[in-house]
Design a binder for this molecule. Structure first.
Ligand code: CTP
Length: 413
């Protein structure tokens, strides 16, 4: 029998706060209960009355609302929930969480809770990319706080980029996912043996992940590249590390934070990527998510190529090594070898052909005809010699976790 799950929703101040109303509705629709806590600045955007009506529960705003400890103390409020969700999480709120500041009800609850915390950031793109926020996100993740990646797009302030609150449906998926999962091992430090055996199915396994595009130099200032953001590969590396694996992430040029616990080797070109991947062998599994350039400039000019008055300079190309195919033939071939196939048409046929051609065990086929490259969601089909499994479109982090669970079924403890 499924027990009713209880969510404690902490709403920070920001224009995206209005979306928390929709999130409350979705959580309730799934049969869960929700108690809301709203910060002082959150109340500039949403009223406690609205949240009380939607949640059908009292809404808490002040630490002193809770002074009657016999009724509902802050410790009890932070502990009775199955999951704490911070949505939207402003840059300021995340900085306080990171520093352990407890100067209002929301931050006090976050410091007092013994439950998993899902943080859903929303802020201006420059605030999101600011080194201070990057540091805070990285540290929160190391502290086992689950920080979702914000969406990219046009912002309320008129700028464009990463920092939009993910859609409430995607947040709900993440909530369900976290409720269905065991807590990360570091939250179970009182029972390390249990954590390693039960909750870290990839403990003791080594996994290589490639991610991002490659850049193939034409001259000192120009290169051949593609639109890969690296997000899917980084999410896979993170999921593998969370499940206890030793992860070597060979990353092409991307601006992403290294997930906690992951060893990252940065490369530029396909040939450099091949060298690093081979250095990382042997491994129990390799997941080749990188969008490797098939061709490079046959010759890299030492000086910047100058524009000519007559005809444009033709660009001669040379074929790059196929890292995945060469790994399949390698004497230290990883036990489980997974390739990705980015396709814009005839996805399943092309993927099945790629599986045979590359000699890998699975192909994860994704349709990149929309905004998958750089976007936050992915819809994939897992092609193996036994057939095709199609997964519903989901946030890249959710796809990553599901894929790593499937990997753990094959190579895990
Ligand atoms: N791959 C690789 N080395 C290359 C090209 C691709 O390791 N030089 C890997 C990718 O990391 C991915 C898989 O092969 O896991 C398929 O990549 P994709 O670009 O879809 O396939 P290609 O072989 O390049 O085929 P095409 O571009 O014709 O679709």
């Amino acid at each position: 029998m499924n027990e009713t799950k209880h969510i404690l929703l902490i709403i920070g101040g920001g224009i995206a706060a209005y979306k928390s109303c929709e999130l409350v509705r979705l959580i309730r629709k799934e049969g869960m209960t929700v108690r809301c806590v709203i910060t002082k600045s959150g109340q500039e955007f949403v009223t406690p009355m609205t949240l009380a009506a939607l949640s059908e529960n009292p809404v808490f705003t002040e630490l002193f609302d809770l002074k009657d400890e016999s009724e509902m103390g802050h410790i009890q409020l932070s502990r009775e929930a199955d999951l704490v969700v911070v949505c939207p999480a402003t840059a300021d709120l995340m900085a306080k969480m990171n520093a352990g500041i407890a100067d209002d009800l929301a931050t006090t609850l976050l410091l007092a809770t013994d439950k998993r915390v899902l943080t859903v950031p929303a802020m201006n793109v420059r605030m999101w990319h600011h080194p201070a926020t990057r540091r805070n996100v990285q540290q929160l993740r190391s502290d086992a706080v689950h920080v979702m990646e914000p969406d990219e797009g046009e912002m309320a302030c008129g700028e464009y980029g990463a920092g939009r609150l993910p859609e409430p449906a995607a947040i709900l998926t993440e909530i369900q996912n976290m409720l269905g999962q065991p807590a990360p091992a570091m939250m179970l430090s009182a029972q390390p043996d249990f954590a390693e055996a039960e909750h870290r199915p990839l403990y003791g396994k080594k996994i290589i992940v490639t991610a991002g595009p490659t850049h193939e130099a034409i001259d000192p200032v120009r290169y051949i590249a593609n639109r890969s953001s690296g997000r899917q590969g980084f999410a896979i590396a993170q999921a593998a590390a969370e499940m206890g694996a030793e992860v070597i992430l060979v990353a092409g040029p991307v601006h992403l934070v290294t997930p906690p616990g992951v060893i990252r080797w940065d490369v530029e070109s396909a040939r450099e990527m091949q060298i690093e991947v081979e250095k990382a062998l042997p491994a129990d599994a390799a997941i080749m998510v990188a969008a490797v350039a098939d061709y490079r400039a046959a010759d890299t000019a030492e000086q910047k190529i100058k524009k000519k008055d007559d005809a444009p300079t033709p660009l001669a190309l040379a074929e790059n090594p196929d890292i995945l195919a060469s790994l399949a033939r390698h004497e230290k071939r990883p036990g489980l070898l997974i390739g990705f196939a980015a396709e814009t048409e005839n996805l399943k046929d092309h993927a099945a052909a790629k599986l045979a051609k590359k000699g890998c065990d699975w192909i994860v086929a994704n349709d990149v005809s929309g905004d998958v490259m750089g976007g936050s969601e992915n819809s994939v089909h897992i092609v193996t010699k036994d057939g095709i499994e199609s997964w519903p479109k989901a946030h890249k982090e959710v796809v990553a976790r599901k894929l790593m669970e499937k990997v753990a079924d094959v190579i895990g403890n």
